[in-house]
Each structure stands twice: as structure tokens, then as C-alpha cells.
Design a protein around this ligand. Structure first.
Ligand SMILES: NC(=O)c1ccc[n+]([C@@H]2O[C@H](COP(=O)([O-])OP(=O)(O)OC[C@H]3O[C@@H](n4cnc5c(N)ncnc54)[C@H](O)[C@@H]3O)[C@@H](O)[C@H]2O)c1
Ligand SMILES: CC(C)[C@H](C(=O)O)[C@@H](O)C(=O)O
Length: 410
């Protein structure tokens, strides 16, 4: 047990250790200082304002657990969190008529970090684009300029049997998808619907990237790869799409600034196949908005469940958004079946990468691992011989452990 805990900690630390981001004056230091990206030192501030966006479906269930875990960790570490709960997504539509109220964006901008659950649901699926919950989330990401989305996929030894892939394939997988989050086909114009003279309807979108956008996310990813195992795989569709052709050209140009990182390129169709064939070949993956969305969901299943993958969405300046990669799971909402680990691990990323509170983050990482070691599982990661419990109990088990976990966190 001790060995596996150690292994897991190593894996959880596989994002750069000195990649601290202090609130407000955050900037990432990139090699040549060409972008406003720099590794800030941990902050001395011990009181933080956190915007809490529970959202829809299982969002409120998993954020309640993560908020309690943050509060409890804070009480042990002498950190005070001032949570301000705001509306986003379907919940905001029902209350205010828009998916991202101005007040939510303004409060989020003024806070130190944002903890988000998930948005969306059947009720709003037929809404026009501007009134979809998903539009609110995209507006939030755009409004906060969080262009760099980190989605680490780490296989915990305790969950190897929860993966649908063979043990020998998933054992030791530790990769991170760096997804460009505020560009590409999600935001490209023109977009919309049209009808021709014969009454034939079209829906259209534009995949577009500027050199600046590609350079920013590429440098970000190189910095991450440099502090991990030094391997970066850029995923594109440069055999077909012009935006990908530019992407590949810029990645190759930026690579000259990082001679110590081994760069490879892969077409997205091959990458999606390679991820299930031999995922251990990957260390850091950098890709565009839509490919990153899809590949990270695929990577989640390597780890056992989409309920296990946290994420951090970061900007050059201002607060980051920390959220699980899963959605609002309307099929299990309100049944206490949701796996809260992804949101709790997102809260740990918030502490580590959003606030520079690394020790507090490690408490959470440790408590998550210990909860898994003690056999507690939600249905999505259940396997024979483990204990099937609900979302709330997982939260209680995580917090019950903090006392015993203290000594082990160094
Ligand atoms: N960031 C976000 O807020 C986000 C992300 C993805 C999807 N969505 C939205 O969520 C809604 C549902 O989308 P979907 O069904 O395609 O994806 P989903 O991720 O919500 O669910 C896919 C499947 O995974 C399961 N699942 C997801 N999270 C889980 C968890 N924590 N524990 C246990 N099981 C979990 C669900 O029960 C479902 O069977 C849609 O409205 C979609 O737009 C939001
Ligand atoms: C809900 C949707 C807008 C979102 C995306 O496509 O980015 C989701 O799939 C995600 O990965 O967070």
C-alpha cells in the first residue's frame, strides 16, 4: 500500500512542481519571455475569494463535496476561503434568462479562482445557440481569457481494474492534454445557419487559428513538457486542414526555443487510435480546442472513468477556472451516484496552480489516494472486492482522512 501511494504521489506531481501561479499577478514565464506567461512564486496571502459555479445536473453534487474538502483543508492549513456562489448554465437561464449573467462574469473576474461543476441538460438542449447552457461556459472561458486547458490523465494503480482497457496497457499511464481553449472552431467566424434558393439548409463553422494563438499554447505546452518527461506530441490534421497546417508550422518554429524537448507530430485520427493502443507513449499532448475536447474524454477512460479527470484552465492574467472534464451527467443527476473525485482533484489543482498553495493541494491528493486505497468507489469505478458508495460518502471519507493524512504530507 505504501508503495502504491508513493507511486501515485509521483504521478500526481507530474505537472511541473514549480509551476505556481499566484492570484491576480499571474503570468507564465516562457523561455524567451515572448509571451506574458511566467512561473510566479507562491503567494503569502492566506485568504482567498473563490467563485463557486455549481451549474447543472451533478454539478451541485460534486461541487458541494469539493467545497467542503477545500474548507476542511483550509482549516488545517490556516487558509480562509470566501466562497461566492453564482449562476451559470441552465441554472442561470432559469433564473435570469441568460446562461452567463454579467454579475457572474464580473464576480468571477474579481475572484482569485473559480471552481466549476458542470453545465447543461435535456431541458435546455433545444434552446437556440445564444440561450444554451454551453454558450455560457464558452463565454466564461472567453471572458476570462483562459486559453490554456490542462487535463492530466493519470492511472491510479487502485483503479486499474476499473479501466475498460487491459491492465498492461493502462499501468503507468501519466499524460497531460494541453488543450487550446479560447480559439479554433468553437469561436471561429463565420458561423451559423443559412438556407439556399432551393430551401436546402446548411450549418457552418470556421476552424481558425492565428499565429499568436498557436504560439501561446505551444510555448505553454513546451514549458509543461520540459518539466515533465521532456516529450511533446502535437496533434493536428495537417494533412487536410489549413488551420492545422499553420499549427504544425508554428509548432516546428517554436520548437527551436526548446531543443531539450523531444517533439513529435501526429494526425488526430492516428492519435485517437494510439491513445487506446499504447497510451504510455504519451507524455504531454498539445492540440487545438476541438481535438483536445475529444481526446481528453478518450484519455479519461484509460484511467477508469470520466469521473476521475480534473482540469485547470489558465490565462496569462487573472483567475483560472478549475473543473472536472465531465459534463452534467443528467442520466444520474440527483441520485447521489456521481463520482466527485474529478472535482475534488480540480480543487487540488486550484490550490496548486491557481493559488500556489502546494501543501494544501497535497493534502487533498493524499486523501483522495487514501480513500481509494481503503476501497471506496462510486459505481463508475467500482470493481469486485471494493465498497460501492455514493457521492456524499466519498466526500465524507476524503475528509475523515485528513487527520491521519497530515503526517504523511511533506
Ligand atoms: N464542462 C462542462 O460543463 C460539460 C462538459 C461536457 C458536457 N457537458 C454537458 O453535459 C450534458 C451531458 O453531456 P454528456 O452526457 O455528453 O456527457 P457527461 O460527461 O455529462 O456524461 C457522459 C457519461 O458519463 C457519465 N458521467 C459523467 N460524469 C460522471 C461522474 N462524475 N460520475 C459518474 N459518471 C459520470 C454520465 O452518467 C454519462 O453516462 C450536456 O448538456 C453537455 O453539453 C458539460
Ligand atoms: C460543454 C462544452 C461546451 C465543453 C466543451 O466542448 O469544451 C465540454 O465538452 C468540456 O470539455 O468542457
Amino acid at each position: 500500500m505504501a508503495v502504491s501511494l508513493q507511486f501515485n504521489f509521483k504521478a500526481l506531481r507530474s505537472l511541473p512542481q514549480d509551476f505556481h501561479l499566484s492570484p491576480r499577478n499571474r503570468s507564465f514565464k516562457f523561455g524567451l519571455g515572448l509571451v506574458k506567461c511566467s512561473a510566479a512564486s507562491p503567494t503569502s496571502k492566506r485568504s482567498y475569494s473563490i467563485t463557486l459555479l455549481p451549474g447543472d445536473g451533478i454539478g451541485p453534487e460534486v461541487t458541494t463535496v469539493a467545497k467542503n474538502v477545500l474548507d476542511f483543508t483550509g482549516s488545517l492549513e490556516g487558509i480562509k476561503f470566501n466562497f461566492r456562489e453564482m449562476l451559470l448554465g441552465g441554472a442561470a437561464l432559469d433564473e435570469t434568462g441568460v446562461p452567463l449573467p454579467d454579475e457572474t462574469l464580473s464576480v468571477a473576474k474579481q475572484s482569485d479562482a473559480i471552481l466549476l461543476g458542470a453545465i447543461g441538460g435535456y431541458k435546455w438542449d433545444k434552446n437556440e445557440k445564444r440561450l444554451k447552457p454551453e454558450t455560457g461556459l464558452l463565454q466564461l472561458r472567453e471572458g476570462l481569457k483562459v486559453y490554456a486547458n490542462l487535463r492530466p490523465a493519470i492511472v491510479f494503480p487502485q483503479l486499474m481494474d476499473a479501466s475498460t482497457l487491459k491492465r498492461e496497457i493502462v499501468d503507468g499511464v501519466d499524460l497531460v492534454v494541453v488543450r487550446e481553449l479560447t480559439g479554433g472552431i468553437y469561436f471561429g467566424k463565420p458561423r451559423g445557419f443559412s438556407t439556399d434558393e432551393n430551401g436546402e439548409e446548411s450549418g457552418f463553422n470556421t476552424e481558425i487559428y492565428t499565429t499568436h494563438q498557436i504560439d501561446c499554447i505551444t510555448r505553454f505546452a513546451f514549458e509543461i513538457a520540459q518539466k515533465r518527461r521532456g516529450k511533446l506530441c502535437s496533434v493536428d490534421k495537417a494533412n487536410v486542414l489549413e488551420a492545422s497546417m499553420l499549427w504544425r508550422r508554428r509548432v516546428l518554429a517554436i520548437a527551436e526555443e526548446y531543443p531539450d524537448v523531444e517533439l513529435s507530430h501526429m494526425y488526430v485520427d492516428n492519435a485517437s487510435m494510439q491513445l487506446v493502443r499504447y497510451p504510455k507513449q504519451f507524455d504531454t499532448i498539445v492540440t487545438n480546442n476541438i481535438f483536445g475536447d475529444i481526446l481528453s474524454d478518450e484519455a479519461a477512460m484509460i484511467t477508469g472513468s470520466i469521473g476521475m479527470l480534473p482540469s485547470a484552465s489558465l490565462a496569462d492574467l487573472g483567475p483560472g477556472i478549475f473543473e472536472p472534464i465531465h459534463g452534467s451527467a443528467p442520466d444520474i443527476a440527483g441520485q447521489d451516484k456521481a463520482n466527485p473525485f474529478a472535482t475534488v482533484l480540480s480543487a487540488a489543482m486550484l490550490l496548486k496552480y491557481g493559488l500556489g498553495e502546494e501543501k494544501a493541494a497535497e493534502r487533498i491528493d493524499y486523501a483522495v489516494l487514501d480513500t481509494l486505497n481503503r476501497g471506496f468507489r462510486t459505481a463508475d469505478i467500482y470493481s469486485a472486492g471494493t465498497k460501492l458508495v455514493g457521492c456524499k460518502q466519498i466526500g465524507e471519507e476524503i475528509m475523515g482522512l485528513f487527520g491521519s493524512a497530515v503526517g504523511a504530507v511533506t
